[in-house]
Design a protein around this ligand. Structure first.
Ligand code: PLP
Length: 449
């Protein structure tokens, strides 16, 4: 029975990013199965999952091919490491496939267990790279406030979530932050174009402040996900690229969310027109069916790092079962043209409907790129005002209304965000918008009351 499961869960299971009091009060929703874009809970309620799990189930739920591949691989070779000058077929094939899919000369992958592990790898790798190049002082990594790069000590230091820094004494040394390109919340009277340039030029100012011989890399998500799906003004990324090139700063694109079709192309870097030196990948790499991440690096970085021993690695680097599952996931994404469906079929239809939400009295801006979108809730769109109730109160109310109406939308403060499976159909999109509108109406009525 659901209540029994919830009581046991609250008693013994510690949840990520969850206030334990809430679990004691209400209990967690127990999810028992899923198919396509729909998850089902222990009471049999079907819910349209507009978050693809946690931005990851790109091919949708219930693909038996991945389960079959996992079972076959577990029987043949469930585990072997890649430390002892040893390797295995899933690692070799997945590395080769990624070198073909990832643009530019990013032809080499260091496998990790997750996106957080991958970003920790990146910190160590770029510092080691510059040391090997005879520039050991080039070790500061610049990142952005309200960016998210994971929860390990290194990745959370790169992230710009102040609440995370406050718990555990972060950031680690030699990490610096600049402001995010969130025009809605921080753009004031500036045009989006001018604001995008101003925020990008903060990178140049920070490099000049620290000294270019001290700065190793800049890391950012092509589109910030966990920060609230912040789609930067078009002026932003070209200016960032120019600055990285000018000062010889490595550009790390954290593609953990944007990668594997989320923005309508294979990688967010392509959508945003940037040429990273390193890409962080995870989530959509296996569509979340197995935990795996990677740092994909350029020929130049690999040749320097491979000139000696890099004292780094995880027991589960290139885990054979996860690698085999990822490979099968990429085969399905490619053969079924799921990225093309996301970008050319689903995204234009969703974009039209999403834009109409901006007319709702509770909504300020409605922004979307590919299949990641957000709406900003506000009591007054003209002044972009915040709610008197405090940040996140109305967002949480709306999230709960969505759940009750059979829709998973996440709230980040007072932004409501979506990132549905890439296989979403026009009919699913109609259902999504209908349920979102109903939930917004109910939230609006409650706020006004
Ligand atoms: N980077 C980005 C952009 C993410 O969104 C996330 C997770 O949401 C991570 C890194 C961390 O990945 P993981 O949760 O697999 O450690």
């Amino acid at each position: 029975p659901t209540e029994e499961l919830q009581a046991l869960d609250a008693a013994h299971h510690m949840h990520p990013f969850t206030d334990g009091n809430a679990l004691n009060k209400k209990g967690a929703r127990v999810i028992t199965s899923a198919k396509g874009v729909t998850i089902t809970d222990s009471d049999g309620k079907e819910i349209l999952d507009a978050m693809a799990g946690l931005w990851c189930v790109n091919i949708g739920y219930g693909r038996d091919e991945l389960a079959d591949v996992a079972a076959r691989q577990m029987r043949q070779l469930p585990y072997y490491n890649t430390f002892f000058q040893t390797t295995h077929v899933p690692a070799i094939e997945l590395a080769k496939k990624l070198s073909q899919l990832v643009p530019g000369d990013l032809n080499h992958v260091f496998f990790n267990g997750s996106g957080s592990d991958a970003n920790d790898t990146n910190i160590r790798m770029v510092r080691h790279y510059w040391a090997l190049k005879g520039k050991p002082d080039k070790k500061t990594i610049i990142a952005r406030w309200n960016g998210y790069h994971g929860s390990t000590v290194g990745a959370a230091s790169l992230g710009g979530m102040k609440g995370m820094h406050a718990q555990g004494g972060l950031p680690i040394p030699d990490i610096a932050h600049i402001d995010q390109p969130d025009w809605w919340s921080e753009g004031g009277e500036q045009s989006p174009h001018a604001f995008g340039l101003e925020r990008a030029r903060q990178l140049e100012a920070k490099i000049n402040e620290l000294g270019e011989d001290k700065v190793a890399a800049f890391i950012a998500e092509p589109i910030q996900g966990a920060g609230g799906v912040i789609i930067p003004p078009e002026s932003y990324w070209p200016e960032i690229q120019r600055i990285c090139d000018k000062y010889e700063i490595l550009l790390i694109a954290d593609e953990v969310i944007c990668g594997f079709g989320r923005t309508g192309q294979w990688f967010g870097s392509q959508t945003m027109g940037i040429r990273p030196d390193i890409m962080t990948i995870a989530k959509g790499l296996s569509s979340g069916y197995a935990p795996i991440g990677g740092s994909v690096v350029s020929d130049e970085i690999a040749s320097v790092i491979n000139s000696g021993e890099f004292n780094h690695g995880y027991t589960y680097s290139a885990h054979p079962v996860a690698a085999a599952v990822a490979l099968e996931n990429l085969r399905i994404l490619e053969e079924e043209k799921i990225v093309e469906h996301a970008g050319k079929v689903a995204a234009p239809y969703l974009a039209g409907k999403w834009a109409e939400l901006a007319d709702h009295p509770l909504v300020g801006e409605a922004k979307i790129k590919g299949l990641m979108g957000s709406i900003a809730l506000t009591p007054d769109a003209a002044s972009r005002a915040a709610f008197a109730a405090g940040a996140g109160v109305v967002g949480l109310m709306c999230r709960d209304r969505c759940f009750a109406n059979g829709l998973v939308m996440r709230h980040v403060g007072d932004r409501m965000i979506i990132s549905p499976p890439l296989i979403i159909t026009h009919q699913d999109i109609d259902t999504l918008i209908e349920r979102a509108t109903k939930s917004l109406d109910e939230t609006y009525a409650a706020v006004k009351a």
